[in-house]
Design a protein around this ligand. Sequence first.
Ligand SMILES: [Zn+2]
Length: 322
Amino acid sequence: MTFSQILGHERQKNILRRAIDSDRLAHAYLFEGPEGVGKRLMALALARAVVCKEGAGCGVCPACRKVDHNNHPDLHLLEPDGTTIKIEQVRGIQKELSFRPLEAPKKICLIDGADRMNQAAGNALLKTLEEPNGDALLILLSARPESVLSTIRSRCQRLPFARLPQALLKGVLLEQLGVDEVQGHILAALSEGSFKKALGKDRDLYLGRRREILKTLTALSPGSILPTLELAQSLAEEKERLPDILDILQAFYRDLLLYQHGRSESDLVNIDLAEKIRRVAPRENTVSLLNKLEAIAASRRQLDRNVNRQLAMEVLLMRLAA
Ligand SMILES: [Zn+2]
């Protein structure tokens, strides 16, 4: 992966390229931004540019290829072991960094999930950041930078990554997945600028299952208790995908709100369900839609607190059917 192969993030690429060209790389970077937008690819492109024998990450020389195959002796990757990065892992990296690089001008350590370091691990890493070794480059990645120790954050050069623009994502989806315009639009809109989401396991959920869920949901009425309970149960069983299902519900009610306020149908997420949206919209008003969006937000908070999923879905669907 070279800088030019990475989608979007032109400003970030330029900052890093300039730093390399002028030999002014920081000792430590914190790449922060949403999951799946390309932070790790950018870190690997940076690593390649540093170790490359031919120039800024040619992709062909042995050093670049070792980075691609994850077996360069001067590139180390630290990831959560289970749910956290532990102090032993940080100590292991510190030991590595205490040696001179073997082949590259620098030793590079990529820490993915920097917010998942426990206190002890974070404090240990702080030592390395406080006494930077000229041969070392640390690249920390985090989707939740506010959870990274503030003392660590302040010693890194922070590089924020935004979500990929919808149009850019859609173009790539059309090209790489061979989906049609409508599907490309829906995938790009629902994956919220995350390439990982659009290309990953959620694709079927976003394209097929979404229509099914919304069909069942809009057929519910306040009196239809049994179907409501059944849908709640089937949603609750989709444990891992529940946050993404809530995204689908949220996008649908947001579409209704936009439609009611006269936005054109091409601005909607569910452009393939324009007919349904026209049919359902007269049953709602701004207040009822805002209430439903709030109900979705409330169930999201409940799921984060690990409440009973089935119960959370039942309460949510009853509020949505009202
Ligand atoms: Zn190279």
